[in-house]
Design a protein around this ligand. Structure first.
Ligand SMILES: NC(=O)c1ccc[n+]([C@@H]2O[C@H](COP(=O)([O-])OP(=O)(O)OC[C@H]3O[C@@H](n4cnc5c(N)ncnc54)[C@H](OP(=O)(O)O)[C@@H]3O)[C@@H](O)[C@H]2O)c1
Length: 229
């Protein structure tokens, strides 16, 4: 293929990374070191806490104004059959995967609408958009399916504003804190023959952030090496 030297253009503005302290989020922050703000519990923002999110956004907006992009990468994973899942695990998984998305978009997106362009990127997991049993981690996948539905509705609700809303659905992405034992067990189901790297995902993030992706909205973009599970 001929290299035309053409690189996609990413408009200016802050990237608000919700959950960028490790793993995929940290790789995204490393890709945009001068313009990323990270919200994690370690950095003092627990996004399961509505008031904490509101306060953190007031400080952020005072400093920078509305961000160009809101990227939410939080989402704890628990592998457990449905009937063995306790109430507290169930509520934790929905709080971590869904409540944090709801609270963040409620606090941040209204002020983004005035910019005329912008990006919201949420994270699900490969397979969460399929209507079938997910025996490995049913509650986690139910929570991720909720994230996808919220994203699709938000995308349509604000499409005219010039802000796109998309979901990245990673497969087995290997990093310092990923679920090693589970990923090793699942590796034989990856036709590409390897685990993914955070950089496989940051390439998709770069594309979605680009001006060239302005007509892509309400989509689930899967990055999983063809995972058959
Ligand atoms: N890695 C994979 O193979 C894989 C596969 C499928 C889907 N995914 C999804 O992709 C996304 C990123 O995955 P990952 O593996 O990079 O995640 P991760 O390693 O679990 O990192 C999550 C980040 O979110 C922060 N966080 C967690 N709870 C928080 C809270 N209540 N408030 C604020 N920050 C919080 C953590 O920092 P603190 O602990 O300091 O708060 C951490 O920086 C997740 O949605 C995950 O479900 C990942």
């Amino acid at each position: 293929m001929t290299n035309t030297g053409h690189a996609n253009h990413i408009p200016d503005g802050q990237i608000l990374l919700v959950g960028g302290g490790q793993g995929i989020g940290r790789a995204i922050a490393a890709d945009f070191p001068e313009r990323s703000t990270i919200w994690t519990r370690k950095s003092g923002v627990d996004t399961t806490d509505e008031a904490a999110v509101r306060d953190a956004y007031i400080s952020f907006e005072d400093k920078y104004g509305a961000p160009y992009a809101l990227i939410h990468t939080i989402g704890d994973f628990v592998e457990q059959p449905l009937l063995e899942t306790t109430d507290s695990t169930y509520h934790h998984l929905f709080a971590s995967n869904v409540d944090t998305v709801f609270q963040t978009i409620q606090a941040v997106v209204p002020s983004m609408l005035k910019r005329g362009t912008g990006r919201v990127i949420l994270f699900a997991a490969a397979g969460a958009d399929k209507q079938r049993a997910m025996l490995r981690a049913p509650v986690y996948f139910a929570a991720k399916a909720a994230v996808i539905q919220l994203a699709r509705s938000l995308a349509a609700e604000i499409a005219e504003s010039g802000i796109t809303v998309n979901v990245i659905a990673p497969g087995l992405i290997n990093h310092d804190h990923s679920h090693r034992e589970s990923q090793a067990r699942m590796l034989s189901k990856v036709p590409a023959g390897r685990l993914g790297h955070p950089q496989d995902v940051t390439a998709m993030v770069r594309y979605l952030l680009s001006a060239e992706a302005s007509y892509v909205t309400g989509q689930v973009l899967t990055v999983d090496g063809g995972l058959q599970a």
